[in-house]
Structure formats: C-alpha cells, structure tokens
Design a protein around this ligand. Structure first.
Ligand code: A3P
Length: 302
C-alpha cells in the first residue's frame, strides 16, 4: 500500500512500517548485505527521539582511551562519527562506497531508525551484538520533527506545515518509520526478553538523571566508568550546550541527506510541546498513547 505524508509525497508500507522509497531501498540493502560482528553496537531510535545525543555519548564512551586527549566530537558531527545503516551505508544491492566496513576497528558503532523486526538476522540472532534504543515522549517527538522538516534543508513551501496535520499523520502512523508506537513497543518488548542484548533508554530519564543513565549505558557497553570525573567528562563533551556551539555542528551537512548539521540541535529540552499543543491536541495524544501502551508496562509520564 501507498500513502502520502508531509515528509514525502510517497510512502510505502513494508511489513507494518512506512518508508519513503529511498529509505525502503536502504532497508532492503541493510537486510541483504549488512553482516554484523559479535562486538558491533547498534544504536536505534525513532527519528527525533534523541539519536544525536545517543550517538555522541556512545562514541565518547567507546573512544580509544589512547586517543582521549583528542575529543572527536570537536572535529566531527555525531552523525559523521556514527553512520546510519539505511541511508549512509546501504542502498538496494550496493554498498555506498565512502567507507569500508570490513576494515573498521572493533567495536564498530552503527545507528538505525529501522523497526526491530526489519533488522537483519546477523543482528537479531547474534546474542552478543548489542542494541541501545532511545525513545522520547511522543508529543516532543512531534514538535521536534515538525521543526526539523520545516527547517531550511527540507522545507518545500513558504508556509510552515500546520502542526495539526502533523499530529494527524502521526496518529495514523503515516510518517518516516511510523507508526511510532509500534516502533517503540517492538524494541520495548524485546528489551524485556533480552536485557543483556537490548538497553532501552528514555530521553526524559537521561535528562532527569544523566549520571545514573550514563553509568548504566557505559556498563552495558562493557566500559564501566572508574570514577565520577570520567562520567562528568563524557556528559560535558556530549552536552547540548557544548555541541550546539561547536563550529563543526554549526556548519556542514549530513552526507547524502544534505541536511544541515545545525538542524540536529534545536532546544534539547523536555516538554517543549507545551508551547505548541492546544488542550485538544494534548487530549488526542494522551488518548492514543494510553490506548497503544495499555498493558505494556511502558509509559511516557509527560
Ligand atoms: P528538539 O527539537 O526538541 O530540540 P534526533 O537526534 O533523534 O534527530 O533528535 C533531535 C532532538 O534531540 C532535538 O530536540 C535536539 O535538539 C535534541 N538534541 C540534540 N543533541 C542533544 C544533546 N546533546 N542533548 C540533548 N538533546 C539533544
């Protein structure tokens, strides 16, 4: 089946999830070609749930300790440090040429927005290949996405697209990688079954208790911190205020997508939806969240 949404004039439903053509081609490429190693780490997220932050944190944690003096985040945008499988690296039956995956040193760090059930067997069936999933309350995901697609890189019309329509499409699941709730729940249930393979993080908890969540993340990646100073250092290096103001993130674009690096740093707060949602919009989102998450043990609090 085919649908449209404001992000794209054509969306295709593939095994339960919506993709525009170029992403579907990437998904098929990943499925047919990506061979995970046992010590690979796959970061996973729904778009606008905190991908950039997770990429920054994990690349800091896994950075070669001998190179520690040289903070790679000051030299490269997090999306350049951790590539997204289905749009940076694979496409149908070809591997995009600018990076040789076989010579990348272990542990390799990748990212994907793909649904859990769409990941290749080499990731799913290898208990040692770890996944870190980050999610965020759906109202902030909507607002962040709305701003992102209204930014210079993507905007196709002079007027901003009405947020009411974005909410409507979100509720129907008609957006890149949608439906949101199905995406989140697949990873959530699998993380309950395999906590040693999948770490499930929430943006809001990371904001509330950054040290505690970061320690959990580092321990999961097999790089526990030995002292609080190290924790502080990684948090500072990956912090929104620092990254937003680095030259490398103010300029340049993210590879094939040609999205400006600065589009990934907007406000970085919890609850920005309150500045945009009417009571009616809030009610609609709360109702759908309640219905979709009922009995799952997952909630978003805000
Ligand atoms: P807002 O638009 O609400 O500000 P993604 O990385 O998945 O595309 O998500 C982008 C959202 O994460 C944006 O949210 C962005 O500002 C926020 N973000 C980016 N870097 C961050 C960081 N280091 N810490 C916290 N939030 C960050």
């Amino acid at each position: 089946p085919k649908e449209t949404c404001w992000e794209s004039s054509d969306l295709y439903k593939f095994q339960g999830f919506w993709y525009p053509g170029f992403l579907l081609s990437g998904v098929l490429g990943v499925q047919s070609q990506f061979e995970a190693r046992s010590d690979d780490v796959i970061l996973a997220s729904f778009p606008k749930a905190g991908t950039t932050w997770l990429k920054a944190l994990c690349s800091c944690i896994l950075q070669d300790p001998d190179q520690d003096h040289d903070d790679q985040l000051s030299l490269k945008n997090p999306h350049e440090l951790v590539r997204t499988l289905e749009y940076d690296l694979f496409k149908d039956d070809v591997t995009l040429p600018d990076i040789d995956l076989s010579t990348m040193p272990s542990p390799r760090l990748f990212h994907t927005h793909m649904a859990y059930s769409h990941l290749p067997d080499s990731v799913l069936k290898n208990p040692d290949c770890k996944i870190v999933y980050i999610t965020r309350n759906p109202k902030d995901v909507i607002v962040s996405n709305w701003h992102f697609f209204n930014s210079d890189s993507w905007r196709t019309s002079p007027e901003p697209y009405p947020i009411e329509k974005v909410i409507d499409e979100f509720c129907k699941g008609h957006q890149f990688y949608g439906p949101f709730f199905d995406h989140v729940l697949e990873f959530w249930f699998e993380s309950l079954k395999m906590p040693e393979k999948i770490l499930f993080l929430k943006y809001e908890e990371m904001k509330r208790d950054p040290k505690g969540e970061l320690k959990k993340l580092a321990a999961f990646l097999g790089r526990p911190f030995s002292n609080d100073e190290e924790v502080e250092k990684v948090l500072w290096r990956s912090s929104f205020d620092r990254l937003k103001n680095l030259e490398v993130n103010k300029n340049g674009v993210v590879f094939d997508l040609e999205v400006s690096n600065k589009s990934f740093f907007r406000r970085g707060v919890v609850g920005d939806w309150k500045n945009y949602f009417t009571d009616e919009m809030k009610k609609k989102l709360d109702e759908i969240s309640c219905m979709k998450l009922e009995g799952s043990g997952l909630d978003f609090e805000i």
